[in-house]
Write a protein that binds this ligand. Structure first.
Ligand code: 13P
Length: 249
Protein backbone atom coordinates (compact mmCIF):
# COMPACT_ATOMS: atom_id res chain seq x y z
CA UNK A 1 0.00 0.00 0.00
CA UNK A 2 1.61 3.26 -1.02
CA UNK A 3 0.50 6.37 0.81
CA UNK A 4 1.63 9.83 -0.31
CA UNK A 5 3.44 11.34 2.66
CA UNK A 6 2.08 14.56 4.14
CA UNK A 7 4.03 17.15 6.10
CA UNK A 8 1.89 19.79 7.79
CA UNK A 9 3.27 22.82 9.58
CA UNK A 10 1.29 23.88 12.63
CA UNK A 11 2.36 27.44 13.39
CA UNK A 12 0.28 27.50 16.59
CA UNK A 13 -0.01 31.14 17.81
CA UNK A 14 3.19 32.23 16.06
CA UNK A 15 4.04 34.04 12.86
CA UNK A 16 3.52 37.35 11.15
CA UNK A 17 2.87 38.70 7.67
CA UNK A 18 6.65 38.78 7.24
CA UNK A 19 6.81 35.05 7.97
CA UNK A 20 3.99 34.41 5.47
CA UNK A 21 6.07 36.05 2.75
CA UNK A 22 9.33 34.41 3.80
CA UNK A 23 8.01 30.86 4.11
CA UNK A 24 5.80 30.95 1.02
CA UNK A 25 8.69 32.28 -1.07
CA UNK A 26 11.15 29.70 0.22
CA UNK A 27 8.73 26.80 -0.24
CA UNK A 28 7.82 27.87 -3.77
CA UNK A 29 11.51 27.93 -4.68
CA UNK A 30 12.26 24.60 -2.98
CA UNK A 31 9.33 22.57 -4.41
CA UNK A 32 9.78 19.44 -2.28
CA UNK A 33 8.96 16.38 -4.46
CA UNK A 34 6.97 13.27 -3.61
CA UNK A 35 5.35 14.80 -0.56
CA UNK A 36 2.19 16.77 0.07
CA UNK A 37 2.87 19.90 2.13
CA UNK A 38 0.35 21.91 4.11
CA UNK A 39 0.70 25.06 6.21
CA UNK A 40 -1.64 25.77 9.12
CA UNK A 41 -1.13 29.40 10.21
CA UNK A 42 -3.30 31.35 12.66
CA UNK A 43 -6.65 32.33 11.06
CA UNK A 44 -5.82 35.96 10.18
CA UNK A 45 -2.92 34.87 7.98
CA UNK A 46 -4.98 32.47 5.86
CA UNK A 47 -5.90 34.94 3.09
CA UNK A 48 -2.36 36.27 2.68
CA UNK A 49 -0.90 32.78 2.73
CA UNK A 50 -3.53 31.52 0.26
CA UNK A 51 -2.50 34.28 -2.10
CA UNK A 52 1.21 33.73 -1.60
CA UNK A 53 0.84 29.98 -2.22
CA UNK A 54 -1.62 30.14 -5.13
CA UNK A 55 -0.70 27.81 -7.96
CA UNK A 56 2.16 26.31 -5.95
CA UNK A 57 0.42 23.01 -5.11
CA UNK A 58 1.03 23.66 -1.42
CA UNK A 59 -2.06 23.25 0.74
CA UNK A 60 -3.55 25.35 3.52
CA UNK A 61 -5.05 24.17 6.75
CA UNK A 62 -6.60 25.60 9.89
CA UNK A 63 -5.55 24.79 13.44
CA UNK A 64 -9.10 24.50 14.76
CA UNK A 65 -12.72 25.07 13.76
CA UNK A 66 -16.12 25.49 15.40
CA UNK A 67 -18.15 22.40 16.20
CA UNK A 68 -21.27 24.03 14.72
CA UNK A 69 -22.08 25.48 11.31
CA UNK A 70 -23.14 29.02 12.26
CA UNK A 71 -24.85 31.12 14.89
CA UNK A 72 -24.19 33.20 17.96
CA UNK A 73 -20.77 31.76 18.79
CA UNK A 74 -18.52 34.72 19.54
CA UNK A 75 -14.93 34.10 18.59
CA UNK A 76 -15.54 30.92 16.60
CA UNK A 77 -14.75 30.18 12.94
CA UNK A 78 -16.78 27.72 10.86
CA UNK A 79 -15.62 25.04 8.44
CA UNK A 80 -17.39 26.85 5.59
CA UNK A 81 -15.44 30.05 6.28
CA UNK A 82 -12.19 28.10 6.22
CA UNK A 83 -13.12 26.58 2.88
CA UNK A 84 -13.89 30.02 1.49
CA UNK A 85 -10.34 31.03 2.38
CA UNK A 86 -8.78 28.07 0.61
CA UNK A 87 -8.25 25.58 3.43
CA UNK A 88 -8.09 21.92 2.57
CA UNK A 89 -7.25 20.64 6.05
CA UNK A 90 -8.30 21.39 9.63
CA UNK A 91 -6.47 20.11 12.70
CA UNK A 92 -8.85 18.74 15.32
CA UNK A 93 -8.15 17.47 18.81
CA UNK A 94 -4.67 18.91 19.22
CA UNK A 95 -3.50 18.23 22.77
CA UNK A 96 -3.20 21.98 23.40
CA UNK A 97 -6.93 22.32 22.62
CA UNK A 98 -7.72 19.30 24.77
CA UNK A 99 -5.57 20.40 27.73
CA UNK A 100 -5.76 24.21 27.69
CA UNK A 101 -9.28 24.69 26.32
CA UNK A 102 -10.95 21.63 27.79
CA UNK A 103 -11.97 19.95 24.53
CA UNK A 104 -13.16 16.43 25.24
CA UNK A 105 -13.53 13.44 22.94
CA UNK A 106 -17.16 14.32 22.14
CA UNK A 107 -16.30 17.87 21.12
CA UNK A 108 -13.36 16.64 19.06
CA UNK A 109 -15.70 14.20 17.32
CA UNK A 110 -18.17 17.03 16.59
CA UNK A 111 -15.41 19.15 15.07
CA UNK A 112 -14.21 16.19 13.01
CA UNK A 113 -17.75 15.64 11.70
CA UNK A 114 -18.23 19.33 10.92
CA UNK A 115 -14.96 19.49 9.01
CA UNK A 116 -15.87 16.50 6.87
CA UNK A 117 -19.44 17.61 6.31
CA UNK A 118 -18.18 20.92 4.90
CA UNK A 119 -15.57 19.25 2.68
CA UNK A 120 -12.41 19.78 4.73
CA UNK A 121 -10.01 16.96 5.53
CA UNK A 122 -9.61 16.74 9.31
CA UNK A 123 -6.20 15.98 10.79
CA UNK A 124 -7.21 14.21 14.00
CA UNK A 125 -4.57 14.38 16.75
CA UNK A 126 -4.21 11.76 19.46
CA UNK A 127 -1.48 11.33 22.07
CA UNK A 128 -0.69 10.29 25.61
CA UNK A 129 0.80 12.28 28.48
CA UNK A 130 4.05 11.29 30.14
CA UNK A 131 2.13 9.92 33.13
CA UNK A 132 0.02 7.77 30.84
CA UNK A 133 3.10 6.47 29.01
CA UNK A 134 4.80 5.63 32.29
CA UNK A 135 1.67 3.81 33.40
CA UNK A 136 1.82 1.85 30.10
CA UNK A 137 -1.53 3.24 29.01
CA UNK A 138 -0.35 4.70 25.69
CA UNK A 139 -2.16 2.32 23.33
CA UNK A 140 -5.33 2.40 25.37
CA UNK A 141 -5.39 6.23 25.45
CA UNK A 142 -4.71 6.84 21.77
CA UNK A 143 -7.10 4.12 20.60
CA UNK A 144 -9.82 5.55 22.87
CA UNK A 145 -9.27 9.02 21.37
CA UNK A 146 -9.46 7.58 17.85
CA UNK A 147 -12.48 5.37 18.53
CA UNK A 148 -14.45 8.27 20.02
CA UNK A 149 -14.36 9.72 16.51
CA UNK A 150 -14.89 6.42 14.70
CA UNK A 151 -17.98 5.69 16.83
CA UNK A 152 -19.42 9.12 16.02
CA UNK A 153 -18.47 9.35 12.36
CA UNK A 154 -18.18 5.72 11.21
CA UNK A 155 -14.95 4.13 10.03
CA UNK A 156 -15.71 5.28 6.43
CA UNK A 157 -15.12 8.84 7.61
CA UNK A 158 -11.41 8.00 7.83
CA UNK A 159 -11.38 7.77 4.02
CA UNK A 160 -11.07 11.54 3.92
CA UNK A 161 -9.12 12.20 7.08
CA UNK A 162 -5.58 12.11 8.41
CA UNK A 163 -4.52 10.83 11.82
CA UNK A 164 -1.63 12.36 13.77
CA UNK A 165 0.07 10.70 16.72
CA UNK A 166 1.52 13.43 18.94
CA UNK A 167 2.81 12.23 22.31
CA UNK A 168 2.08 15.15 24.65
CA UNK A 169 5.46 14.76 26.37
CA UNK A 170 7.25 15.25 23.04
CA UNK A 171 5.48 18.47 21.99
CA UNK A 172 7.72 21.50 22.19
CA UNK A 173 10.00 19.76 24.67
CA UNK A 174 12.85 18.67 22.44
CA UNK A 175 12.07 15.09 23.52
CA UNK A 176 11.10 12.99 20.51
CA UNK A 177 9.63 9.51 20.52
CA UNK A 178 12.23 7.16 19.10
CA UNK A 179 11.36 5.85 15.64
CA UNK A 180 10.64 2.47 17.27
CA UNK A 181 8.36 3.96 19.94
CA UNK A 182 6.45 5.97 17.36
CA UNK A 183 6.21 3.06 14.91
CA UNK A 184 4.76 0.83 17.64
CA UNK A 185 1.97 3.33 18.39
CA UNK A 186 1.29 3.97 14.70
CA UNK A 187 1.04 0.23 14.03
CA UNK A 188 -1.39 -0.11 16.96
CA UNK A 189 -3.56 2.72 15.61
CA UNK A 190 -3.60 1.21 12.13
CA UNK A 191 -4.48 -2.21 13.58
CA UNK A 192 -7.39 -0.67 15.50
CA UNK A 193 -8.74 0.79 12.24
CA UNK A 194 -8.06 -2.48 10.39
CA UNK A 195 -10.30 -4.28 12.89
CA UNK A 196 -13.15 -2.25 11.40
CA UNK A 197 -11.93 -2.00 7.79
CA UNK A 198 -8.58 -3.25 6.51
CA UNK A 199 -8.67 -1.29 3.23
CA UNK A 200 -9.35 2.02 4.94
CA UNK A 201 -6.59 1.25 7.46
CA UNK A 202 -4.18 0.57 4.62
CA UNK A 203 -4.91 3.91 2.98
CA UNK A 204 -5.01 6.03 6.16
CA UNK A 205 -2.10 8.45 6.57
CA UNK A 206 -0.78 8.55 10.12
CA UNK A 207 1.56 11.47 10.84
CA UNK A 208 3.99 11.73 13.73
CA UNK A 209 4.32 15.00 15.64
CA UNK A 210 6.44 16.06 18.60
CA UNK A 211 9.79 17.84 18.31
CA UNK A 212 10.38 16.74 14.72
CA UNK A 213 13.46 18.55 13.39
CA UNK A 214 15.54 18.33 10.22
CA UNK A 215 18.03 16.09 11.99
CA UNK A 216 15.61 13.51 13.40
CA UNK A 217 12.95 13.42 10.67
CA UNK A 218 14.42 10.85 8.28
CA UNK A 219 14.51 7.82 10.62
CA UNK A 220 10.98 8.60 11.83
CA UNK A 221 9.62 8.87 8.29
CA UNK A 222 11.42 5.66 7.30
CA UNK A 223 9.14 3.64 9.60
CA UNK A 224 6.52 1.62 7.71
CA UNK A 225 3.50 3.13 9.47
CA UNK A 226 4.71 6.75 9.68
CA UNK A 227 3.38 8.68 6.70
CA UNK A 228 4.78 12.13 7.38
CA UNK A 229 4.74 14.68 10.16
CA UNK A 230 2.85 17.40 11.97
CA UNK A 231 5.51 19.98 12.70
CA UNK A 232 5.31 22.76 15.27
CA UNK A 233 8.39 24.87 16.08
CA UNK A 234 10.46 23.67 13.14
CA UNK A 235 7.74 24.71 10.66
CA UNK A 236 8.50 28.37 11.45
CA UNK A 237 12.02 28.14 10.01
CA UNK A 238 12.07 27.88 6.24
CA UNK A 239 15.27 25.89 5.86
CA UNK A 240 14.42 23.50 8.64
CA UNK A 241 10.88 22.92 7.39
CA UNK A 242 12.02 22.37 3.81
CA UNK A 243 14.59 19.82 5.00
CA UNK A 244 11.82 17.98 6.90
CA UNK A 245 9.61 17.99 3.78
CA UNK A 246 12.50 16.59 1.75
CA UNK A 247 13.07 13.84 4.35
CA UNK A 248 9.46 12.74 3.83
CA UNK A 249 9.54 12.92 0.02
P1 13P B 1 6.68 20.77 18.08
O1 13P B 1 7.14 20.29 16.73
O2 13P B 1 7.01 22.19 18.34
O3 13P B 1 7.09 19.83 19.17
O4 13P B 1 5.07 20.72 18.04
C1 13P B 1 4.44 19.58 17.59
C2 13P B 1 2.99 19.87 17.45
O5 13P B 1 2.29 20.04 18.43
C3 13P B 1 2.44 19.98 16.09
O6 13P B 1 1.05 20.02 16.10
Amino acid sequence: MTRTPLVAGNWKMNGSLALVRELAGALRDAKPEGVEVALCPPYPYLPALAEALSGSGLALGAQNLADRADGALTGEVSAEMLLEFGCRFAIVGHSERRELYGEDDDQVASKFLRAREAGLTPILCVGETLRQREAEETDQVVVRQLMAVVEAAGVEALERAVLAYEPVWAIGTGLTATPEQAQAVHAGLRAAVADRDADIAGRLRILYGGSVKADNAAPLFAQPDIDGGLIGGASLKAEEFIAICRAAG
